[in-house]
Design a protein around this ligand. Structure first.
Ligand code: IMP
Length: 423
């Protein structure tokens, strides 16, 4: 398989975990290049459900190498917990998981600051996962971060932690929060550092060597295009570059070594957290929640749901250079009588076919819909394109043509075999 970047084309939770798992079969190395344990990728293998937050889902497939790249922010205590959870289920990680020595470390003050800032924003809160992601990336950009190479050197870690705690405890105090104890944080992080030390390496060199040896790399995007710090619905975004370019900076693999970009999108749209969502619809939210679907893997929050939005996904295809589409959760629409697809926005007296930069303007956009007749039949057992009801095929073909990229995969359920390869 060529070197592939897989990105979410909506607001995250597009079902990337399942598609990555399917594509991993053809890859040698699976790489995470941004985000942290704010992500939650659900993979169902047989009756066993795995929820991964930081570890690439390639870990569930035999001998694949899995890399947490330099662009990821790592909560080492959470990562050790995730490793132990996998080991308890009989999935070993040693010798398979590699962590960049340059990845930044999430510390308890990052989580506390995340929480405090959200509380202070009141009605204007972002709705973060409270995993400390924003403050960790802020420290990275301010050049006050602590990296994995610091964490695994106990003396160096103690020295930088002492300095960082002095400053951050003062900020926490100003927020009215309890300051953190150096001894407690140091002990907890030293233990996690010891467990992770054998896994920490220079992943930039490792990945470029793998490419020279003609190995296939799969870049597992976390979150989605409209949560991208630069291209998303700012400020209601995450703090990393979730779009295709982030795979290069977050891994040290140059752009000309990337061969294709696969965009994952649900057959409808969902969003967790605050921010504009033009096609949000209560009826489809109630329907999906009533089916027990669309609750977050990381926080358990009910996701906001709405119709498929081709303005959004076409914009995602442009920004990421999407070559092929993977459409997931088609079965979520099995019972819907009339399916709506947004084809343009009506905004301040104008018709827009792109996503405006100003979220306040996007907030006022009225979707222009095209309607499709529902197929009103279960698609869960379809295993090939021709097994799908004719109306489902028409819907998918229209989506592909409106987004402007060919369909590659359609997913009709969480299991590995509920996957249709279109081409
Ligand atoms: P943060 O990444 O925790 O700072 O949260 C910022 C925004 O991104 C919030 O709206 C979150 O709900 C959203 N977000 C972060 N990670 C995910 C994810 O993996 N799926 C969906 N939304 C996410």
């Amino acid at each position: 398989m060529a070197n592939t970047i897989l990105v979410g084309a909506q607001w995250g939770d597009e079902g990337k975990g399942k598609i990555i798992d399917v594509l991993t079969e053809q890859a040698d190395v699976v790489v995470r290049s941004q985000g942290g344990n704010n992500a939650g990728h659900t993979v169902l293998i047989g009756a066993q459900k795995y929820i991964l937050h930081l570890i690439p889902s390639g870990i569930l497939r035999g001998k694949k190498q899995c890399v947490i790249g330099n662009g990821v922010v790592v909560d080492p205590v959470g990562l050790v917990r995730e490793i132990e959870g996998l080991e308890a289920l009989g999935v070993p990680v040693d010798g398979k998981l590699f962590i960049s020595d340059a990845a930044h470390v999430v510390l308890p003050y990052h989580r506390l600051l995340d929480e405090q800032r959200e509380v202070r924003k009141g009605r204007n809160k972002i709705g973060t996962t409270k995993r400390g992601i924003g403050p960790t990336y802020a420290d990275k950009a301010s050049r006050t971060g602590i990296r994995m190479l610091d964490l695994i050197d106990p003396e160096r870690f103690a020295e930088v932690l002492r300095l960082r705690l002095r400053e951050n405890n003062a900020v926490l105090k100003a927020f009215g929060a309890k300051p953190l104890s150096f001894a407690k944080v140091e002990a907890e992080y030293r233990a996690a550092g010891e467990r992770l030390r054998p896994l920490v390496t220079n992943t930039v060199v490792m990945l470029n060597r793998a490419i020279r040896r003609r190995k296939s790399l799969l870049f597992e995007g976390a979150q989605g295009t409209f949560l991208d710090l630069d291209h998303g619905t700012y400020p209601f975004v995450t703090s990393s570059n979730t779009t295709a370019g982030g795979a290069c900076t977050g891994s040290g693999v140059p752009p000309h070594r990337m061969d294709r970009v696969v965009g994952v999108m649900k057959a409808y749209t969902t969003r967790v957290g605050e921010g504009p969502f033009p096609t949000e619809n209560q009826e489809i939210s109630d329907l999906l929640h009533g089916m027990g679907r669309e609750f977050g893997a990381t926080t358990g929050r009910a996701r906001r749901c709405g119709w498929f939005d081709t303005v959004l996904t076409r914009h995602a295809a442009m920004v990421n250079g999407i070559d092929q589409l993977a459409v997931t959760n088609l079965d979520g629409l099995d019972t819907v009588e009339r399916i709506r697809v947004c084809v343009a926005y009506r905004c301040g007296g104008k018709k827009l076919d792109y996503v405006p930069t100003d979220g306040r303007l996007l907030e006022t956009c009225e979707p222009v819909y095209r309607e499709f007749p529902g197929w009103r039949a279960s698609t869960a057992d379809a295993r090939s394109w021709k097994d799908l009801p004719a109306r489902a095929r028409q819907y998918l073909e229209a989506v592909s043509s409106l987004v402007g990229a060919p369909l590659m995969i359609v997913s009709v359920g969480p299991a590995r075999d509920q996957t249709i390869f279109v081409k």
